[in-house]
Design a protein around this ligand. Sequence first.
Ligand SMILES: O=c1[nH]c(=O)c2[nH]c(=O)[nH]c2[nH]1
Length: 283
Amino acid sequence: MFVLGPNRYGKAETRVVRVTKHGDAHHIKDLNVSTSLSGDMTEVHLSGDNAAILATDTQKNTVFAFAKKHGIGAAEDFALLLARHFVDSQPTIHRARVAIDEYGWDRRGGHSFARNGRETRTCVVHYDGEQAWVVSGLKDLVLLNTTNSEFWGFVRDEYTTLPETRDRILATAVTATWRHSGTSDWDKSYEKARQALMAAFADTYSLSLQQTLYAMGSRVLTECPEIAEVRLELPNKHHFLADLSPFGLDNDGEVFIAADRPYGLIEGAVLREGAPGAGPAWD
Ligand SMILES: O=c1[nH]c(=O)c2[nH]c(=O)[nH]c2[nH]1
């Protein structure tokens, strides 16, 4: 005998671009929306009875229809709107997860835009018919310090070759997610958290990327009382000193090889003491 385990289904990566036109002044929102629903899906899997299914095609259509009907403000608000709609309108759907990546555009004129080179803003919303959980974040925020980074005092066993260093480049591409303890001004909260991450990276005299990670997470919690927990994934984008001695040249920390892979991957969470439980926020 077998039993059906946890399952969910939805439409991944619906790319929706919403243009709002106020005369000649146009505004643009560019999202990648993934919806995922779960509920009474036992018969669907066991007997092929599809009566409980809100088709993934319908989920995709809803994204476009809501973009027209309601407009798009903060990604978190659009995600909450969709999640509540799917659960509240369908008796067979009990839980919704809506994840959104947002790409930024810089204005070049009234109706002209250039895709900006900034990080991607992210959010994931869960709704179970009663409560909503909101996780916001960013990915591909590339940061680099040319000094104020050391790495020494680590274990040396028979396989260790890494020399200790008192001065190195520290570089990473930040993936950060943060869990809100309630509703918020999502745009304001995002800018504060983003600034906190960058400021802590720049200000921390680093003895390891792990220490920098904790400083970054702590700074977000200090600056943003509405945030309960921060999770960080920090690839250590190694920069190795190039050996220029074959050319009779010295290299006192001026020319580096930017290595691609492998890379160190430092991951960790920083939580506010006594923060409310995460529920399904991270699922
Ligand atoms: O900041 C670092 N943390 C590590 O754990 C580590 N390991 C390594 O090889 N280099 C580094 N750098």
